[in-house]
Design a protein around this ligand. Structure first.
Ligand code: G6Q
Length: 550
């Protein structure tokens, strides 16, 4: 395939960029009073306002031509039909099958995956209900009160993020806890909150070989047995989610306590599968199905909406515009909802592990920037920390603001004191990032405040803001399971579209595998008594210094 940068659409965008690169959004808004109307998408209660990006009426049509040139529709069909588009691992990427509410057959390796998916959902439903109802008893006959998910990366971030986001829907008698880091502090501090008689461990690992997860799982098992004084307790307190039946059995977890998933589900796309078990236990299977159904809505929208009105496509194209034409290579996720405080870390993995790649599908080095650096924190906390750089730094950071119209919590007068303050902060931020404040405006403001000419001269530049900083606002009615499913699926498909335009495989993760591989080289050296000499001098000395002082 010839590089996308040689395509007619790309060349046209390069020309277009020359004409718009110095345009100021404040002028564009003044010139076109319909700018918001022309640049937003409404889908049910979701409102996507992308008008505060550095675009004009020609930009999106040119970008959608690029998407057409990259054959987005063809790749979209390959994704949904189960074609092995993750060619470097010879796998399909069938996370969409996990929420395929239509239940139409989807085939990979000649086999329809839907019957197994449906059976897995049923098994999750029965099990989660038995925990929630108290029918499932711990070894000493008590009901389960804490569920501890032991997993890392894709086997942790999704369920952790969703359980936090949907806490208002959670069972008040169950505490979901998540242990991921092999740093013993993580497990030890979690176990301090647990009673062995009422704790269920969910060991979540696709491979069941991941060093961090297995180390934590073995220590948790030891803790349980030493407290309950009987290895037979394992079957009442441990379940596993994995593709590796043999390793699960070897660990001592009976097959009936094992929840399956499949190698065609990538870790970071797996919260829809049995990896979502902690979610199902916490919020109940009906709510878990709502989450799936929200994602299914967006799958359908992604497959059917015209490119110009297609939310994941438009967000992806605006991202391409910012990254590849303006060279804005980071992207901040700023949820104005405390429940979504883990969304930036979740999307950091989803995006950076999917598109942080420099080799294209043909095995050649890419000649353009690919995945941006994703970061962020919940509003308004970020405002009192890193927004300084977003407003006045030398780096321009495109941002996504996410905002529910209604809070799940009613506080203050009329029950909305907190929420109105939160909303006003979000709106004020997007407005100011776009408008900025000219030096004259800063001077006038200070004059009005009664400052002396000397002080005004001193401060005028410091108190001016360049503005013209791109942001996209995503509004929704409230953070419920269906909406969260929709939001996650929007980002999944956005990332997919960008990967197609960059011609990279968004579904492998050799960088993660590399980390797993190199960890096993150093550990034996740390365990040896002799001085290590086999690596470079820095590595040898780090190992030897540690050994000497351990
Ligand atoms: C996700 C990655 C990675 C993976 C973890 C855990 O897409 O592959 O984050 O989820 O390394 O792997 P296991 O589930 O096999 O323990």
């Amino acid at each position: 395939m010839t590089s996308i940068t040689n395509s007619d659409a790309w060349v046209a965008l390069v020309d277009h960029h020359k004409t718009i690169k110095s345009a100021q959004m404040r002028d564009l808004f003044q010139e076109n009073s319909n700018r918001f109307n022309d640049n937003h998408i409404q889908y049910d209660d979701l409102l996507i306002d992308y008008s505060k990006n550095r675009i004009n009426k020609d930009t999106l049509p040119l970008l959608t031509s690029l998407a057409r040139e990259a054959k987005i529709d063809l790749w979209r069909d390959k994704l949904f039909s189960g074609e092995k588009i993750n060619f470097s691992e010879s796998r399909s990427a069938l996370h969409t099958a996990l929420r395929n509410k239509s239940n139409t057959p989807i085939t990979t390796d000649g086999k329809d995956v839907m019957p197994e998916i449906n059976a897995s959902i049923d098994k999750m439903g029965v099990f989660s209900e038995s925990i929630r109802s108290g029918q499932w008893k711990g070894f000493t006959g008590k009901r389960i009160k804490s569920i501890v998910n032991i997993g890392i990366g894709g086997s942790d971030l999704g369920p952790a993020m969703v359980c936090k986001a949907l806490k208002p829907y959670g069972n008040k008698n169950i505490i979901p806890l998540f242990v991921s880091n092999v740093d013993g502090a993580d497990l030890a501090q979690t176990l301090e909150q647990c009673n062995p008689e009422t704790t269920l461990f969910i060991v979540a690992s696709k491979t069941f070989t991941t060093q961090e997860t297995m180390t934590n799982a073995f220590s948790a098992r030891e803790w349980l047995i030493s407290n309950l004084k009987d290895p037979a307790a394992i079957s009442s307190h441990f379940v596993a989610i994995s593709t590796n039946k043999v390793a699960v059995e070897d660990f001592g977890i009976p097959t009936e306590n094992m929840f399956k998933f499949w190698d065609w589900v990538g870790g970071r796309y797996s919260l829809w599968s049995s990896i979502g078990l902690p979610i199902a236990i916490f919020i109940g299977m009906d709510n878990f199905k709502e989450l799936l159904s929200g994602a299914y809505d967006i799958d359908t929208h992604f497959r059917t909406a015209p490119l110009e009105e297609n939310i994941p496509v438009v967000l992806a194209l605006i991202g391409i515009w910012n990254i590849n034409f303006f060279n804005f290579t980071t992207h901040a996720i700023l949820p104005y909802d405390q429940g979504l405080s883990l969304l930036p870390s979740y999307l950091q993995q989803l995006d950076m592990e999917s598109n942080g790649k420099f080799i294209d599908r043909e095995g050649k080095r890419v000649c353009l920037n690919t995945g941006p650096i994703i970061w962020g924190d919940s509003g308004t906390n970020g405002q009192h920390a890193f927004y300084q750089l977003i407003h006045q730094g030398t780096e321009i950071v495109p941002t996504d603001f996410l905002m529910p119209i209604h809070s799940q919590y009613k506080l203050g007068a009329n029950g909305d004191t907190h929420h109105k303050i939160l909303i006003s902060n979000f709106i004020a931020q997007t407005k100011s990032l776009m408008l900025g404040k000219t030096e004259d405006e800063a001077r006038d403001e200070m004059l009005g405040q009664g400052l002396t000419k000397r002080d005004i001269d001193l401060l005028a530049n410091h108190k001016s803001f360049m503005g013209n900083r791109p942001s996209t606002s995503i509004l929704f009615d409230k953070l419920d399971p269906k909406t969260l499913g929709r939001l996650i699926a929007i980002y999944e498909h956005k990332i997919f579209v960008q990967g197609i335009i960059w011609n990279i495989n968004s579904f492998d993760q050799w960088g993660v595998e590399y980390g797993k591989q190199i960890a096993s080289l150093v550990l034996p050296e740390l365990r040896k008594k002799d001085t290590t000499t086999s690596f470079d001098s820095s590595t040898n000395n780090l190992i030897n210094y540690t050994k000497k002082n351990l």
